[in-house]
Design a protein around this ligand. Structure first.
Ligand code: NAP
Length: 285
């Protein structure tokens, strides 16, 4: 392998350390502890692990956690009432409702009930609009984490060709906005893109967020490119493994820098959730 490995685990640990210092400074200045409210509706095991990880990470940096676990049959009215209560609670700086929610609930409606200044996932229409208009606001955690990975790799997006494979509201679209704001020339690909390999070969910065294991081949990577693999695909095994959207071994022979899966983008997401919670506290103050 000739590429430099972008160690998301180590960089995320650094971000968490920075947030812990900033939380202590914020507390000293304002007498106020930032707080993150998480809402989990139902008993989905993977979602419970994610929410538990977020609460644990909060405690480690001095952010107060408000952990709301609701039964799967919680009514729309009760859930919206809880969000209204959290929106009004001055001890709660940020709110996130773990998606997906059970089928009788509308995830878009629920997410959009969160006040824009407490929207630490950056997924409300207000936050997406602010990002699109270049206004300050809360930015989705995973794309924010990717921008930090690029910075750590010494890659300035200005004037570079950036190609993002995947156009989700959660990742691909906000990622494109952030790269555009950093003056990259941005292309977004999706399932209907003609000759995906050819488009990817143009990329100085190639970002894959698809959910298809090893979709991006080694010969789709431009020599010297930076490759960011957002994909998290569980292969049944044995043994069961977690793998990305990029054929890592082949791409690492061509790229200048590449993220592994696991240990690349994943750890950055929670680190930037903590960062966003502190930003939200400052916005409320
Ligand atoms: P998503 O909402 O399912 O979007 C997937 C995107 O990939 C869609 O735009 C889809 O195109 C496109 N796509 C699917 N098959 C394709 C193909 N064969 N060729 C080209 N494009 C294709 O997924 P997501 O939420 O963005 O997540 C993507 C991956 O990133 C998943 O593995 C997820 O687990 C991972 N992820 C990781 C983190 C993290 O913290 N590490 C955070 C978020 C997501 P269409 O729009 O045309 O359908």
């Amino acid at each position: 392998m000739s590429a430099t490995l972008l160690d998301g685990k180590a960089i995320a640990a650094r971000v968490r350390g920075e947030v812990a210092d900033d939380v202590a400074t914020y507390l000293a200045q304002t007498g106020h502890t930032p707080g993150l409210a998480t809402i989990l509706v139902g008993e989905d095991a993977a979602s419970a692990v994610y929410v538990g990880g977020k609460q644990k990470a909060c405690a480690e940096v001095g952010i107060r956690g408000f952990d709301h676990r609701l039964p799967a049959d919680t009514s729309r009215e009760d859930l919206l009432a809880l969000i209204d209560e959290l929106n009004a609670n001055p001890d709660v700086s940020g709110i996130l409702c773990q998606l997906p929610v059970p089928q009788h609930l509308d995830g878009v409606e629920i997410t959009n009930r969160i006040a824009a200044h407490k929207d630490v996932d950056g997924l409300t229409i207000a936050s997406a609009g602010r990002l699109a208009l270049g206004m300050p606001g809360l930015v989705p955690c995973t794309p924010a984490g990717v921008m930090r990975l690029l910075e750590e790799a010494g890659v300035d997006p200005q004037g570079r060709e950036a190609v993002i494979v995947g156009r989700s509201n959660l990742f691909g679209k906000p990622m494109a906005q952030l790269l555009l704001a950093a003056n990259a020339t941005v292309t977004i690909c999706h399932s209907r893109t003609a000759d995906l390999g050819e488009v990817c070969r143009r990329a100085d910065i190639l970002i894959a967020a698809v959910g298809v294991a090893h979709l991006v081949k080694g010969d789709w990577v431009k020599p010297g490119a930076t490759v960011i693999d957002v994909g998290m695909n569980r292969l049944p095994g044995p043994p069961p493994t977690l793998t990305g959207d990029v054929d890592f071994a082949a791409a690492a022979e061509v790229a200048a820098a590449i993220t592994p899966v696991p240990g690349g983008v994943g750890p950055m997401t929670i680190a930037y959730l903590l960062r966003n919670t502190l930003t939200a506290a400052r916005m409320s103050a």
